[in-house]
Design a protein around this ligand. Structure first.
Ligand code: COA
Length: 159
């Protein structure tokens, strides 16, 4: 059976940690859909369209990965895409509590959809989009953490 996984997140902006995880997932699943949440509650630096655009550029080398935006309940989106798996990254123990709650709630809403966790390579365990933005805003180097396209978008937005 063909397996499609949905990897949801805010991706404000996509980091090398996300990319590492998506590359790993693209080797395990037939198709991976990177689902960029509208998430207005997080007051993103980039609009949803900009986040989709950046992720599409960064992931263009992966043939079985598609990027798209969504603004609905995650499980509805997963079903609409005919997927059966929600993929989430676990970087550290501190991620666990929130992820456990999210996975439990999603299972309650859609028992047929399974959440699978993957860990990024250790060098990405401490990256987060907020920290990358904070470093960039304060004039620090972020080239180790994000793709050049994202770096350019960050410096554009900050200036
Ligand atoms: N490498 C590096 N960083 C990573 C990472 C990885 N592999 N995986 C996650 N992160 C970071 C992100 O950069 C982000 O950092 P930030 O908080 O500093 O911006 C943080 O971890 C968590 O972000 P993310 O994984 O994108 O999750 P989120 O909390 O922003 O998004 C949704 C959560 C979108 C999945 C959730 O809100 C959702 O499902 N929304 C849809 C509506 C819905 O169905 N709600 C009911 C849910 S039960």
């Amino acid at each position: 059976m063909k397996k499609t996984a949905v990897y949801p997140g805010t991706f404000d902006p996509i980091t090398n940690g996300h990319t590492d995880l998506i590359e790993r997932a693209s080797r395990l699943f037939d198709k991976v859909i990177v689902a960029v949440a509208a998430n207005p509650g997080k007051q993103p630096m980039f609009s949803q369209d900009e986040r989709v655009y950046l992720a599409t550029q960064v992931l263009s080398h992966l043939d079985n990965v598609k990027v798209s935006g969504f603004g609905t309940l995650l499980v509805d989106y997963v079903r609409e895409q005919k997927a059966s798996v929600i993929l989430r990254g676990l970087r550290a123990v501190s991620d666990f509590e929130y992820e456990f709650q999210l996975a439990g709630m999603n299972r309650r809403l859609a028992p047929d959809v399974e959440t699978i966790f993957m860990t990024p390579a250790e060098q990405y365990a401490y990256i987060s989009s907020s920290l990358v933005k904070e470093i960039a805003v304060l004039g620090g180097q972020v080239d180790e953490f994000v793709h050049t396209e994202v770096m350019a978008a960050l410096s554009d937005r900050i200036s």
